[in-house]
Design a protein around this ligand. Sequence first.
Ligand SMILES: Nc1ncnc2c1ncn2[C@@H]1O[C@H](COP(=O)(O)OP(=O)(O)O)[C@@H](O)[C@H]1O
Ligand SMILES: [Mg+2]
Length: 217
Amino acid sequence: MNQSIDSHLYTLGRIAETKRMFTAIQTATNHQKNLCLVITSGARGEGKTTTATGLAIAATDSRRRRTLLVDYNWYAPAVHHFFNIDPIESPAAFYKAASLDELIVPTVSGIDILPAARITDDFHGTLSISKGYDHRLIQDAKTRYDTIIVDTSSTFPENQRMRDPILLSSIADGVVLVFMTNRTPRSTLKRTVTAMRLSGAKLLGVVANQWKNPIRH
Ligand SMILES: Nc1ncnc2c1ncn2[C@@H]1O[C@H](COP(=O)(O)OP(=O)(O)O)[C@@H](O)[C@H]1O
Ligand SMILES: [Mg+2]
């Protein structure tokens, strides 16, 4: 497996803004050890994976915190592309693993990755998971990592085939909400914040991504 760091990843690691974001998150969580963060957004394509990966790099650079980056956006996985690794072959392989060790991929960046499970087009099962399963997984990861960053899908539109970002948010220590300036409708942002609050999630902050995607405009 070729694990060279691509130039995109290298650039992300050099952005001062992500370092500032991670420092602000540490302050907001009282420099808590074993921190689990969920990254989500109101709608698709707003910069979640970019933010999650940037924060994972900043966390690893920060006093060499042991960092796990989890790709829970099985519907549109992207983390494995950034790190040039393979996804887990199927949801079944994910669920039958005896421990995290069977699933986690160490990378040359210093970040360990729990990749998404590959879903084939003919997969019609639901990915709704029990709160208990993810709770255990995160608790287990917390015994090994200082920082766990979970990249998720957007909260809207809701989709049965996605792992539920609201549910994941309620079991994390904090949530970072990404939105794209001038693109995400205010109503979507409000709905997302309300859903988070109702589920008991701790919203740490909102990242205003000002990048204008030429393809999407
Ligand atoms: N601030 C930014 N600067 C440059 N490219 C960006 C920025 N934010 C997002 N992108 C690009 O936009 C696309 C979607 O971003 P991504 O992080 O994958 O969003 P999401 O995970 O929310 O779908 C990717 O190709 C990513 O490289
Ligand atoms: Mg993504």
